[in-house]
Write a protein that binds this ligand. Structure first.
Ligand SMILES: [Fe+2]
Length: 190
């Protein structure tokens, strides 16, 4: 049995698929909506957040926003380091790229249970900041910062490839970051 087959039929994969497929299909359906109606999805998310007393639709709307943003944070043959204004801002606000990585990794590693790590632009100071949020929550609904990068730390994001080793998944995430996309978001957030 080759590696692909062992992945397909392993109990872990079946567990993953049984959990993830309904959500994935729902996400696929909603992602079709995102193609035409991104602002509508964001508006549903913001309204259903209901000032911190979320309505039933909040989790689905927010997870479509979060995952779409996550997929677009990555690219094949990506990773490395940012350049230009974003690199300068990271040095200015964290001291170095390595310190940014340390803070972002810590945010992902210390998020208890399911959630997300974020790099955002503070809406008041325009400085970069790292944060973490539980479940489907995100900096948009909190209102004080505009995200430019996110990392999914729900267990389903890493369990198939890395089992329970979230730190391994986080370390590998830096090989996937689409810094061009993040830099464009940074410029738009200023
Ligand atoms: Fe996820």
């Amino acid at each position: 049995m080759n590696d692909d087959e062992s992945r397909t039929f392993s109990p872990f994969s079946l567990l993953f698929l049984s959990f993830f497929s309904p959500f994935s299909l729902r996400l696929l359906y909603l992602t079709r909506i995102v193609d035409c109606c991104w602002q509508d999805i964001v508006e549903i998310m913001m309204k259903s957040w209901n000032n911190g007393s979320p309505a039933a639709t909040f989790n689905n709307a927010a997870q479509v926003v979060n995952h779409t943003f996550f997929w677009e944070s990555m690219a094949p043959n990506a990773g490395g380091k940012p350049s230009g204004d974003l690199a300068a801002a990271i040095d200015r606000d964290f001291g170095s790229f390595d310190e940014f990585k340390a803070q972002f990794s810590a945010a992902g590693a210390t998020q208890f249970g399911s959630g997300w790590a974020w790099l955002s632009v503070n809406n008041s100071t325009k400085k970069l900041e790292v944060s973490k949020t539980p479940n489907a929550e995100n900096p948009w609904v909190y209102g004080s910062a505009t995200p430019i990068l996110t990392m999914d730390v729900w267990e389903h994001a890493y369990y198939v490839d890395q089992r329970n080793k979230r730190p391994d998944y986080i370390a590998n995430f830096y090989n996937l970051i689409n810094w061009d996309a993040v830099a464009a978001r940074y410029a738009a957030a200023l």
